[in-house]
Design a protein around this ligand. Structure first.
Ligand code: BTN
Length: 260
């Protein structure tokens, strides 16, 4: 069971995770964060659960996670505008990659748009959802699942998922790991808010396939030819160079890249 006291004692942030809601079981921490009242769901709130009965992933997929072994949590943000949320998601992924990479003693890769990989296998996935009140952005929920201490995965995930424990053969304190990740996210959030260009550079350097020629899939269709992957720009759009050396940009929803 997640030890909330241990977590609180380890937390060194100034605002992120200071208001937190722990549940032994929930349907989904993202769904809960979206249902919360505005009074509860303050900027920086953390919702964490040991088990999710309906954990959600990208594209209506499910997120499977062994109860009590991993980290499944959501963070609530109230950014001043709705732009550049792709970069905010990637900044959170970078924080996960930094902290878990330190433990794994190996650099981890970010995979556009929202995965953290170790040698091509998924260690963490992020799901960002925005809630609007009319045209106004009310809250952004960033849900993060990290495979921490899970030792085995179901057959369908065995070849594509990995945990920190299976990389290092060590068991981790989820409380300490989460406290460290939140410190990093808080730091990157400030850079994101101030449109720091170095944050974009760091994200791009960590991105799988950055600077290499790749196949891309736009709106569900493979595009002919290969494209040089130039990462995200300061607006959070994905930038590629086509074979005629023309720059194309794509929005987050439109494009997937394929690194073979
Ligand atoms: C993906 O890789 O497709 C995204 C996975 C996101 C999973 C996390 S676990 C905590 C939060 N609650 C959810 O239901 N999903 C996210």
């Amino acid at each position: 069971m997640f030890n909330t006291q241990h977590f609180e004692d380890s937390l060194a942030t100034s605002w992120l995770g200071r208001s937190f809601f722990y549940f032994p079981e929930l349907d989904s921490t993202n769904s809960y964060a979206k249902r919360m009242s505005r009074i509860e769901a303050l900027h920086g709130a953390l919702i964490i659960s040991d088990a999710q009965s309906a954990g959600r992933g990208q594209h209506q997929r499910t997120w499977q996670s062994e109860a009590g072994e991993n980290l499944t949590f959501s963070l609530v943000f109230e950014p001043s505008n709705q732009h550049r949320l792709t970069i905010l998601t990637l900044a959170c992924a970078l924080a996960v990659a930094d902290v878990c990479g330190e433990q794994a003693k190996s650099s981890l890769d970010l995979k556009w748009p929202n995965d953290v990989l170790f040698k091509g296998k998924k260690l963490s996935g992020l799901l960002t959802e925005a809630i609007f009140n009319g045209d106004l952005l009310e809250r952004v929920v960033i849900g993060i699942g990290i495979n921490v201490n899970q030792e085995t995965f179901t057959e369908d995930l065995a070849s594509s998922a990995i945990s920190l424990r299976s990389i290092t053969a060590k068991e981790y304190s989820r409380e300490l790991l989460l406290a460290r990740i939140l410190t990093k996210i808080e730091f990157y959030y400030r850079l994101w808010e101030s449109r720091d260009i170095d944050l974009i550079r760091t994200i791009n350097k960590a991105m799988l396939g950055y600077g290499s020629w790749t196949k891309i899939n736009v709106n569900g269709r493979d595009k002919e030819g290969t494209f040089k992957f130039l990462g995200v720009n300061e607006n959070g759009a994905l930038v590629v160079l086509n074979k005629d050396l023309e720059v194309d940009t794509f929005s987050y929803e439109q494009v997937r890249i394929r690194i073979d």
